[in-house]
Ligand binder design. Structure first.
Ligand code: SIN
Ligand code: FE
Length: 294
């Protein structure tokens, strides 16, 4: 089954583009409406020493990603020289991603919180893992231990594969269609359960009803083989040298293949959006007919 084209392609080749206010608004409308902004000419160029990082050798054990937080590498194993190249590469990507998003969307600038940049060197294989962790199944991002109370998850990705290998995604139906499909079967959380999970240390803050619903949607989609196969979806092939931006808490996505990617996440309050009513929180509240946080 087909649906409206999920990508909006932008002819931007700089991490510091000049964007007119009117263009920002219309791009924000597309992004906040659940489109994937695709920049096929925006590469993240690697120096010669950085190109030598394009192996899985620097991964620590079974880790999937290498990240840098507060000046320290996570998921990395290797010598000091490699560590400093890795760190510099991640810092540079973070700076580029921040420049890009704040140039495209100046309205977000003062409201964004940055997560650690990540380098994802593993090939996407089809090794069986638990269905809940299987990102080759369509899903919206929602994390059991990290309730976010509606705060947005905005992600910038760049394919840095040196051998022409695309990152292949599937992008599913619009968020509201999926919410309409899955909401009826999602019961209210048990009273007090959100606070209890926090008291037990299972979650880092109280799990709101919003978080409860988003987790149930994430799990419900991944567990539903019929939905995975037959719901409206597009395959998108993101070539090396391509950068793409989407709200991963809203865009139904699945990664099918590829290797070597940079990723930067930003968190943003709903009221910092150009069109807050397009957020998953406001969409779910409208469909449920009541407030889902607080
Ligand atoms: C995901 O966010 O589900 C995976 C994206 C990717 O690795 O390309
Ligand atoms: Fe995901």
């Amino acid at each position: 089954m087909m649906q409206a084209e999920p990508l909006v392609t932008l002819d931007i080749a700089s991490w510091q583009p000049d964007v007119a206010p009117k263009a920002s608004r219309s791009l924000a409308q597309a992004l906040e409406n659940g489109k994937v902004l695709c920049l096929p000419r925006l590469a993240f160029d690697l120096s010669e020493s950085e190109q030598r990082l394009l192996t899985v050798d620097s991964l620590d054990g079974k880790r999937k990603n290498i990240t840098v937080k507060d000046g320290r590498l996570n998921g990395f194993s290797g010598d000091d020289a490699t560590a400093s190249t890795m760190k510099a590469m991640l810092d540079r990507y973070e700076g580029n991603a921040l420049d890009l998003v704040t140039r495209l969307f100046p309205g977000y600038r003062s409201r964004m919180r940055r997560a650690p940049a990540s380098f994802r060197p593993r090939a996407i294989d089809n090794e069986p893992i638990s269905w809940r962790k299987d990102d080759s199944r369509l899903h919206v991002d929602a994390f059991p231990s990290r309730p976010n109370h509606g705060e947005r998850i905005l992600r910038v990705f760049t394919n840095v594969n040196p051998r022409g290998v695309p990152r292949v995604w599937r992008v599913g139906e619009p968020f509201e269609a999926a919410a309409t499909r899955f909401l009826p079967a999602i019961a209210r959380p048990f009273p007090g359960s959100g606070a209890l999970l926090h008291a037990l240390g299972i979650t880092k803050s109280t799990r709101s009803e919003y978080d409860h619903i988003m987790l149930r949607m994430h799990d419900g989609m991944k567990a539903d083989a019929e939905f995975q196969k037959n719901s409206p979806q597009h395959e998108v092939r993101l070539a090396p040298g391509t950068t793409w931006i989407c709200y991963s808490d809203q865009v139904l996505h699945a990664v099918m293949s590829g290797q070597f990617m940079m990723e930067q996440t930003f968190h943003l309050p709903v009221d910092a959006q150009y069109f807050p009513e397009l957020s998953p929180l406001k969409t779910l509240e409208r469909l449920r007919g009541r407030a889902l946080i607080g």
